[in-house]
Design a protein around this ligand. Structure first.
Ligand SMILES: [Zn+2]
Length: 316
C-alpha cells in the first residue's frame, strides 16, 4: 500500500457562482482559474475577472445607447421650426434619457448575466483551451512533487470542469494524503456515475472522519454499486462505515432502510446504540423489516448491555 503523506491543505474558498474565480487576460483573451494578476500565456499583468470584463462591456454599450438618444435629440433641436418645438424636444429627450438610465440600472444584473453568456459563447474555444492548460499546469506541479498544491489547483479547475478524469485525479491525490477531520474536504463534486474503487475507498475514509459529508448522493452511489464494493478487499467494512453514517439522521433511516438493515448487525456499538434509540423513539415511523432487524440485533447482542437500558438522547 502507498505510504500516505501528512499534508496541510488550504481551505477551499466558496463563491456564489463557479465562474466567480475565472479570469480573462485583457491582452490575449486567455482564460484561467489559477492566475492572480499575471497571465500564464503572455506574461503580462493583465488578468481581470470575467465579471469585471462583462461589466466593462456593458457600461460601454449603455453609454453608447445614451449617446444615441442625446444625438437624436440634438438633431431634433437643430431642425426644430419653433421655440416651442425646441422646448418640447429637449424635455422629451431628457425624459427619455432619464427613463433609459433607470431601466439600464434596474436591468443591470440580468444584462450582466447575458453579457457573461455572450462572452463564454464567443470565447468557448479559448475558455476550454485555457482550462485544459490549467490542468496541465497542475499535473506539472504534481510531477515536480508538490502534491497538496496540485490538488488545490485541480480542485479549483474541478469547480468549472466536470469530468470524471479530473474527479479521479483529485481522489487519487486525496487518497495519497493522511486525511484529517479539520481538512476542508468535499464529496458531492467528486461523485461519479460509474463504479470507481478509489472513490469508494475515499468514501470509506470519510465515513470514519467526516460522516456529515456523506449525504443522499453518496448513499445512492454506494447502494447502486454495492455488489461491486462487496468484492473489494475492505468493501464490507466500508459499507458498514457508510451504514453507520446513515444512522446520523432519521431521514436517512427512512430513505435507505435496506442499507441499514443489511449492516445493522455489524455496526460498531455506538452506531447501533444510536440506531436502536432512534427506532425506539418512534417505532411506527420506520419499515417493519428495519424495526424487526434492529430488535433482532438488540436481542442477540445487546439485551443485557447496560448502555442500552439507560435512556438518553442519541448523539450524532
Ligand atoms: Zn495574456
Amino acid at each position: 500500500m502507498m505510504k500516505k503523506l501528512p499534508v496541510l491543505l488550504n481551505p477551499y474558498i466558496k463563491t456564489r457562482h463557479p465562474y466567480n474565480k475565472l479570469k480573462i487576460c485583457r491582452r490575449c483573451n486567455y482564460f484561467t482559474v489559477l492566475g492572480d494578476t499575471e497571465c500564464p500565456a503572455c506574461g503580462k499583468s493583465a488578468l481581470q475577472g470575467v465579471e469585471q470584463r462583462a461589466s466593462a462591456t456593458l457600461t460601454k454599450s449603455a453609454w453608447m445607447t445614451r449617446l444615441i438618444v442625446v444625438l437624436i435629440a440634438s438633431v431634433g433641436i437643430v431642425l426644430s421650426p419653433s421655440t416651442l418645438h425646441t422646448i418640447l424636444i429637449s424635455a422629451g429627450g431628457m425624459v427619455l434619457l432619464a427613463l433609459l438610465w433607470t431601466m439600464q440600472r434596474r436591468l443591470t444584473p440580468a444584462l450582466l448575466r447575458r453579457e457573461l453568456e455572450k462572452l463564454f459563447l464567443k470565447e468557448a474555444y479559448s475558455l476550454a483551451a485555457g482550462l485544459a492548460n490549467d490542468r496541465e499546469t497542475a499535473i506539472k506541479v504534481f510531477h515536480e512533487g508538490d502534491k497538496p498544491l496540485a490538488f488545490e489547483m485541480l480542485r479549483e479547475i474541478g469547480a468549472l470542469v466536470h469530468t470524471d478524469q479530473l474527479r479521479v485525479e483529485q481522489i487519487l491525490l486525496l487518497q495519497s494524503f493522511i486525511l484529517r477531520k479539520d481538512m476542508d474536504l468535499m464529496l458531492d463534486p467528486l461523485l461519479m456515475d460509474h463504479f470507481n474503487p478509489d472513490l469508494v475507498e475515499y468514501i470509506g475514509e470519510l465515513a470514519k472522519i467526516r460522516r456529515d459529508l456523506i449525504k443522499e448522493n453518496a448513499f445512492r452511489y454506494m447502494l447502486l454499486h454495492e455488489a461491486h464494493i462487496l468484492k473489494m478487499e475492505h468493501g464490507e467494512s466500508i459499507l458498514i462505515g457508510v451504514a453507520g453514517a446513515a444512522v446520523r439522521m432519521k431521514r436517512y433511516l427512512l430513505l435507505y432502510p435496506y442499507l441499514i438493515m443489511r449492516y445493522a448487525g455489524r455496526l460498531p456499538k455506538d452506531r447501533f446504540l444510536r440506531l436502536y434509540r432512534m427506532v425506539q423513539a418512534s417505532p411506527g415511523a420506520f419499515t417493519v423489516p428495519l424495526y424487526e432487524e434492529v430488535m433482532n440485533v438488540y436481542n442477540e447482542k445487546y439485551k443485557w448491555d447496560e448502555d442500552f437500558q439507560a435512556t438518553g438522547k442519541p448523539r450524532g
